[in-house]
Design a protein around this ligand. Structure first.
Ligand code: SF4
Ligand code: SF4
Ligand code: SF4
Length: 331
């Protein structure tokens, strides 16, 4: 990266001061772009087939992860520099009943949530991570990245990974298959999902779909779209008893990848967050204390929140030791 580009990027990320010291370009809190694209993942429709994981690797030219002395083919246990998307399994007690907590199990898909107001974008000092003004997709530019890994610390969902084993390391995360979308396609994980558990589409339409699903009568049969909300293809399934909450709809200002489930989201290890984004919290602190410090404060706000949350989770974990969330769905 040229020195000029570096300075330009850094300036773009920092608040600009006028001659009298007033902040004129403090980071504004982002809203959902009008043509935002995203994914609705419905845990109750997921059968844990892992087709989305294979398709993701294929579409993004990611290497397989070998396990147990290189004898097990591609069995990632979590997101990594080689895995942008993983299906994990919650299991409790005997783990035999799907989508219930008691002696039950359920699946969850982990990937970048493409936050409406992403901390990673704000924390990056050189604008290597950017949010598209139209689609809202959060993309990474390897040529701008200086490897500081602020984005890793700032992400409240622990998504960006770093290529520690590469001499020219990059940050790695899902970019919603923007290269396929640019050619008129959709995210690879959604196009192969056989049940429609991973559903691609404009976020506004996906939000409407979540409202429709929340009004369904449990046990009654309904059409569920497959691949994309606009595909015209669907399957008929019995409606489950959904948790009355769509994860990602409001958490930290909202995300463009949203989750529905019949099992409480905390069972999957998904963090409980307030509605306000870290960027917005940090902006509040910034104006109260010292204008111009929003970026370190985004990281700090996230860290303080996570430490507090982890402490609570640790205490709660002592009483809920029997429940597990694992990366391998085919045990
Ligand atoms: S989930 Fe993390 S990496 Fe993805 S956009 Fe949000 S802050 Fe950035
Ligand atoms: S949108 Fe693309 S990169 Fe992201 S999880 Fe799906 S297949 Fe992988
Ligand atoms: S392809 Fe669909 S059903 Fe299969 S694991 Fe992925 S989300 Fe679940």
């Amino acid at each position: 990266m040229k020195r000029r580009d570096f300075i330009k990027g850094a300036a773009g990320s920092l608040a600009l001061l006028t001659l009298d010291g007033q902040v004129v370009d403090a980071r504004t809190v982002e809203a959902l772009p009008p043509n935002a694209l995203g994914i609705l993942y419905d845990s109750t429709l997921c059968v844990g087939c892992n087709a989305c994981m294979s398709a993701c690797k294929d579409a993004n030219s990611m290497q397989a992860e070998l396990g147990q002395g290189n004898t097990i083919w591609d069995k990632p246990q979590d997101l990594s520099s080689k895995t942008l998307n993983i299906i994990k399994k919650f299991s409790s007690g005997k783990g035999v009943n799907k989508d219930v907590v008691e002696d039950g199990y359920a699946f969850i898909k982990r990937q970048c949530l493409h936050c409406v107001d992403p901390s990673c974008v704000t924390a990056c000092p050189v604008s290597a991570l950017t949010k598209d003004k139209e689609s809202g997709i959060v993309s990474y530019n390897k040529d701008a990245c200086i490897g500081c890994r602020y984005c890793q610390v700032a992400c409240p969902y622990n998504i960006p990974k770093f290529e520690w084993d590469d001499p020219y390391p990059e940050i790695v995360k899902c970019q919603l298959c923007s290269h396929l979308i640019a050619k008129g396609g959709i995210s690879a994980c959604c196009s192969v999902c056989p049940t429609g558990a991973s559903l691609f589409g404009p976020v506004e339409k996906l939000i409407e779909e979540t409202r429709r699903r929340l009004q369904m009568k449990p046990g009654k049969q309904y059409d569920f779209p497959v691949s994309s909300i606009d595909s015209g293809k669907s399957h008929v399934f019995k409606a489950p008893k959904y948790v009355r909450h769509v994860y990602g709809r409001e958490e930290l200002g909202g995300t463009q990848v949203m989750y529905m489930s019949a099992v409480p989201f905390e069972k999957f290890g998904l963090p409980t967050f307030p509605k306000e984004s870290f960027v917005s919290m940090a902006s509040g602190i910034q104006y109260a204390i010292y204008k111009g410090m929003v970026y370190p404060l985004v990281v700090l706000a996230g860290l303080v929140f996570m430490v507090k949350k982890n402490k609570n989770a640790e205490e709660q974990g002592k009483t809920e030791k029997k429940d597990t969330v694992k990366g391998d769905t085919h045990e």
